[in-house]
Design a protein around this ligand. Structure first.
Ligand code: BV8
Length: 259
């Protein structure tokens, strides 16, 4: 019970139903996800209890300087993440998004994640703001074609380009520009959507963190699904669903579209 004497589950049933109404009524709903979307599939987040950044500073791993300074450590880290992404399956929250995509025919999804789980689940329109773990390129930009990130690439650490330089994963590292087309489309979607569903991001990394705020500033409702409070939670217009993506998304879809 909370101070108003309302049983928590009634409160959350009310919120779930409000979220379901917003989703069914929206003409252009856009989803924006962070590492929390993948955590119930077994991918560690960056800032959570067992987060990657718990052991190292972000800039020490996901940056060009970090790779040059400690290529073995950084490639060990990427190998761990690639292995996880290949072996892990998308959880029920992803299937719920696929159901919304089917009902609404379009559901653009902006992600900071590089694990490819959205596509693996069958989500079609994925905008990868921070690249992906699919390929790697020469850290010195020698012009050799990028190589696919498969297990055999890791026989020798760090993996090397045909020119002899070390490779870097084709993700957006700290201090690097985001892919122009992806960012432009993400801003355009924030400018044109009439609902944004923000799932599992701490809203720390810029410019990805500015995208939900653009929608909110236009008076668009934002549904936030997160296990914790974030800078988005207290902004007027945000509907806070406190809990895990894997539990909340299927509950919303059940109310919105039946089982
Ligand atoms: C750029 C790819 C410009 C690599 C990543 C000072 C102030 C402000 C900004 C800056 C600053 N100094 C530098 C900057 C800019 C910098 C930045 O924002 N730094 C931060 C640290 C302050 N940004 C950049 O450098 C970007 N580039 O700005 O370029 C520029 C201009 C001119 C010239 C050159 C450049 C590039 C940023 C991209 C970095 N790459 N990833 C890789 O993945 O290996 S960032 C990486 O970390 C992710 O992609 C993601 O963006 C971020 C992690 O954030 P989240 O996804 O939110 O994950 P997190 O763990 O933090 O949170 C998880 C959330 O989920 C939590 O809220 C948790 O409660 C919740 N959760 C957990 N479980 C669940 C859940 N929710 C629901 N269900 C659950 N089960």
């Amino acid at each position: 019970m909370n101070e108003a004497g309302i049983k928590e589950e009634t409160l959350s049933a009310k919120l779930i139903s409000e979220a379901a109404d917003l989703i069914t009524a929206a003409s252009l709903a856009v989803v924006s996800t962070g590492a929390g979307m993948s955590s119930e599939s077994g991918v560690r987040t960056f800032r959570g209890e067992d987060g990657f950044w718990r052991e190292y500073r972000a800039e020490d791993l996901a940056s060009i300087e970090g790779i040059r300074r400690n290529p073995g450590l950084v490639w060990e880290w990427y190998r761990e993440r690639l292995k996880a992404c290949e072996e892990l399956e998308p959880h029920a929250g992803y299937s719920a998004l696929v159901r919304i995509q089917r009902e609404k025919s379009i559901l653009p999804l902006i992600t900071q994640n590089v694990d490819g789980l959205h596509q693996k689940a069958g989500i079609k329109d994925v905008i990868e703001l921070h690249g992906s773990l699919r390929t790697a390129s020469c850290i010195d930009g020698c012009g050799a074609p990028c190589v696919r990130m498969t297990e055999d690439l890791f026989e020798e650490l760090p993996p090397r380009c045909s020119c002899g330089s070390i490779l870097r994963p084709d993700v957006v590292l700290f201090g690097e520009q985001l892919p122009h087309q992806a960012l432009k489309r993400a801003f355009r979607l924030a400018d044109s959507c009439d609902l944004m569903i923000v799932i599992g991001t701490s809203m720390v990394v810029y410019p990805a963190s500015s995208i939900p705020l653009i929608a909110l500033r236009r008076g668009v409702r934002v549904i936030e699904i997160n296990t914790e409070e974030t800078p988005l939670s207290s902004v007027e217009g945000t509907l806070n669903l406190r809990g895990t993506a894997g539990r909340i998304l299927p509950e919303i879809v059940k109310v919105a579209y039946g089982v």
